[in-house]
Design a protein around this ligand. Structure first.
Ligand code: NAD
Ligand code: UD1
Length: 343
């Protein structure tokens, strides 16, 4: 029988790309999203690409009544849990919103799942839970560190909550997926990242500079102990990331307890290397200025992804130039993001 997956936050950037992968793999998908940081248009684009659609419910993961109703009317087998707030700076200014959405929301979701006896969960965690490791690459057995902001702490809290839960009841099968830096877009140019207002993350900012929407990029620090002085990160193509979710979902159907996997490429690139690669893909200049370091940033962060390769049979397939050209195609075809009229 076809498995049915509940995808919370499925209208968002990573969720929508993962839904496409799930539908292509033959799963049925139910999406729960309150659209606080997304538009339902992303799901229409999924349908345009694959000819299949997900069932959409507009609602909040903190709404227990809605969740109970959803689990009692839909035969859900597993949950992919993307819903949450993710802007680091905003989390410093509005910590309660972050703990409420990310921590209380996850708690309510787990309570409703337990009540409905749905015990398979894939959680969107982040490499931010490692804090500031002393050496690279980062493997899953590194201790979790001290995240520098409420967003990071909310992710670590949910990880701890899920570990306690699995410890209390062996029926739970939980995947903690620690993403490194997701970038890129679907190669069709129909789906991609659509940040609200001024982008916080590097790639959306760079692509808006290249298209002329923003005048120049501020490079946050060129005095890090890295070869060119700028910060190094492990950028992963969102389609590779989506495929990692499919593999994790399949793995936890026959693995109980909590399993943690890094989803990264194993290669780090500096900010200056990223700028050069984007200029090459877009054939546009990306003017930049070196400014002070951003508070809370670390010098370098890249994954040891070998556990995921060994246990999930997953590794990334898309390189830096593909990440850049797919981002650029999305930006060119959708200057207003999902508000751009479909062609
Ligand atoms: P996104 O903002 O595009 O998607 C999150 C979705 O959740 C949005 O559609 C939003 O409307 C929805 N949502 C938020 N709060 C909700 C609530 N209370 N109830 C229902 N829906 C709600 O973000 P994304 O980049 O796709 O990230 C997905 C997940 O991955 C998040 O949990 C994020 O913290 C995590 N993550 C993202 C990154 C990244 O760089 N994008 C890195 C590490 C981890
Ligand atoms: C940020 C978050 C992290 C989150 C991750 C993925 C912070 C401190 N950390 O990580 O918690 O999990 O996003 O969503 O915000 N850069 C510039 N100029 C810019 C933007 C970024 O130079 O305008 C640099 C940064 O200093 C960093 C690199 O680009 O070296 C990547 O930055 P970003 O895309 O924001 O991701 P992270 O800082 O790794």
């Amino acid at each position: 029988m076809t498995e049915r997956i509940l995808v919370t936050g499925g209208a968002g950037y990573i969720g929508s790309h993962t839904i496409l992968t799930l539908l292509n793999a033959g799963y049925e998908v139910v999406v729960l999203d309150n659209l606080c940081n997304s538009s339902q248009e992303s799901l229409l684009r999924v349908e345009q690409i694959c000819g299949k659609s997900a069932w959409f419910i507009q609602g909040d993961i903190r709404d227990r009544e809605l969740l109970d109703d959803l689990f009692s009317t839909q035969q859900i087998d597993s949950v992919l849990h993307f819903a949450g707030l993710k802007a680091v700076g905003e989390s410093v200014k509005q910590p309660l919103d972050y703990y409420d959405n990310n921590v209380s929301g996850s708690l309510t979701l787990c309570q409703a799942m337990a009540c409905a006896e749905v015990f398979r969960l894939v959680f969107s965690s982040s490499a931010t839970v490692y804090g500031e490791p002393t050496h690279m690459p980062i493997s899953e057995d590194f201790p979790t560190g001290v995240p520098t902001n409420p967003y990071g702490r909310s992710k670590l809290m949910v990880e701890e909550l899920l570990k306690d839960l699995a410890h209390s009841d062996p029926r739970w099968s939980i995947a903690l997926l620690r993403y490194f830096n997701p970038i890129g877009a679907h190669p069709s140019g129909l789906m991609g990242e659509d940040p609200n207002g001024l982008p916080n993350n590097l790639l959306p900012y760079v692509s808006q500079v290249a298209i002329g929407k923003l005048p120049q990029l501020a490079v946050f620090g060129a005095d890090y102990p890295t070869p060119d002085g700028t910060g190094i990160r492990d950028y992963i193509h969102v389609v590779d990331l989506a495929e990692g979710h499919l593999k994790a979902l399949q793995a936890i159907s026959h693995k109980n307890g909590v399993n943690t996997w890094n989803l990264g490429t194993g290669t780090g690139y500096s900010v200056l290397e990223m700028i050069r690669a984007f200029e090459k893909a877009s054939e546009k200049p990306v003017p930049f200025k070196i400014v002070d370091r951003r508070l809370g940033d670390i010098a370098e962060c890249w994954a040891d992804p070998s556990k995921a390769e060994l246990e999930l049979g997953w590794k990334t397939e898309r390189g830096l130039q593909e990440m850049m050209s797919d981002t650029w195609r999305w930006q060119l075809l959708n200057p207003q993001g999902y508000a751009t009229k479909r062609y």
